[in-house]
Design a binder for this molecule. Sequence first.
Ligand SMILES: Nc1ncnc2c1ncn2[C@@H]1O[C@H](COP(=O)(O)OP(=O)(O)O)[C@@H](O)[C@H]1O
Ligand SMILES: [Mg+2]
Length: 650
Amino acid sequence: MMIDGARRIFDRETLKPKNTLATLRRFGSYFAQHPLALALVSIFIIGAAWTSVIAPDLVGQAVDCYIAPSPLRPDACWYTTVDPAWFGANAGEAAVVATRLAGVTQVVVLLVLVYLFNAVCSGLAFYAMRYAGSLSIRAIQRDLFRQIHRLSLNFFSKNEAGDIMSRVTNDIDTVNQAFSFALMQVLLGTLTVTWIIIRMLQTSVPYALLSLAIVPVMILMTYWFSNQARKAFRQARSNLGSVNAGLQESIAGAREVQAFNREEESIAKFEASNNANRAANVRASLFTSALNPVLEALGYVSLGIVVVVGGLGLLGRIAFIDPATLTIGMVFAFVGYTQRANQPIQQIALLWTNLQSAIAGGERIFGLIDEPLEVVDAPDAKPMPPITGAVRFEQVTAEYVKGEPVLRGVSFEAQVGQMVAIVGPTGAGKTTIINLLPRFYDVTGGAVKIDGIDVRTVTQDTLRSQIGIVLQDTFLFSTSVLENIRYGRPDATDEEVQAAAQMVAAHEFIERLPNGYDTLLGERGSGLSQGQRQLIAIARVALMNPRILILDEATSSVDTRTERIIQAAFEKLLRGRTSFVIAHRLSTIRNADQVFMLKAGEIVERGTHQALLAHKGAYYELYMSQFRATDDAPPPAPAAPRLTPQPAGD
Ligand SMILES: Nc1ncnc2c1ncn2[C@@H]1O[C@H](COP(=O)(O)OP(=O)(O)O)[C@@H](O)[C@H]1O
Ligand SMILES: [Mg+2]
């Protein structure tokens, strides 16, 4: 039961960029499950990018063909039906103009078609991407939710609920947004820019290189800005986790906050984390909003470079550019290329931060999905056969934190149908003992056996479905009383639910509720008294009808009158079942078949209540100091002490 993993992924201080590639690959594996959608995305993206490349090319060729005819490009305008040579040497001015106009008109019509094609392709590409994206998100969400239910209790005691909530809601949301828009833009933009660069290089290497000189600057700028923004985003996301955690705490602990007059303090604390969150968000938006104008300016600079270099090149003023290889049409095409490349570069740069925060979100989501499970079914785990109820602890040691044992060599045996009471000071390890039975945690040494079967060799669900637990603080779901009781056995009929409630004397008070069994309960069963909530929890377990029953301070927070009612309910419930009862009140413990006195993770005394009292040891002292205050019966002085001998090696 190690927890070093748990903090690791929620580490607030770690802002170092982590493994982007692995996260992308992980996203990819989800997308790969929809090959058809991906194939469509690819086809449409290629179509859209192709139109972006072809349009400036058409314009350039039209210039070299009809506007400023150049002998350098004899095959220009292969796609039009107007032969520029038609007008011949002795044609009149009017014929020349008419021919040229006819050619240009064809090019314009073609361009319109190309733009339409572009719009259709990119629209369909987005649609296909969104489709694949939403399916992938659903799969990720499903994995995440499943994982949350598999994680051990230790994980939840180590991590704030707000943090986990933020992961499930905000991170998923960020990733979803990126999937539906940013990812597509980046893919399309990258392909378009690459394609354009290749076209430029094909046309004229020196001209292309000079025109592209500014691109590295743009990339560096983008990289720097987006890195800063990513850090700020990551910080903001973490801070949001603490804002949520603070909020959750204040709501859940509203009564305590008010009772102790800590409203101001609570508000101040919340204010602080809220401010930190705001500061990080402002920082993140500062970088994202500064990036846009900077890139726009760089875009104009790059256009200027293309025009100046092109013009000087045509005039033969640039050393590396041979004017005999350059045409006016090429310069036009380059202007078009540059414009068309600038737009995606700016967009990618802006969306990059978006994508980065999605990657950060993805890292956190996958971190949770990959969180090693502390308690897992063995590969050859078998279903737990119907339990009879013999429980054995063999030299059990347990620790929550490595090297800090909480139980040290606990051995005992509970016969079928026995009631075992565990007593001891707070922190002695009582709850830990009972946590090991349903295998909420694993032992670090020794073994826990039920009916002679090590609990680690059976599946968790078949084990847990046969062990009933009532805790001090019962969680009731925000549904009807009926459904809350039925939680113990989902297939129970309404009549069975009522019978269970009757058995534990909960029926009367439930009938008196405004809507009887159909009364809706709020969060944590608000509206009911503590005792009533406990009765519902007991009815739940009665319905489950388990062979092993665990009561962990189940009556600790109710008044004595209610306790008597609950006590009576328990007595009925415990009959014939093996039970483990942790209680502070003597009335509960007196009838136990065995009492274990636990101290610092060891059983220091064991025997019946009478025998332990007669022994006048630690139990007697605890009893004198603690139990007596809540129990009116004076300690009886038994005549014949009957102390079970401690097993050797304990
Ligand atoms: N989830 C946990 N993580 C780390 N330590 C824990 C956890 N639960 C309990 N402990 C520690 O283990 C010891 C025994 O706890 P517990 O079994 O709950 O005692 P008891 O029920 O007797 O009051 C205590 O020192 C407690 O602080
Ligand atoms: Mg406890």
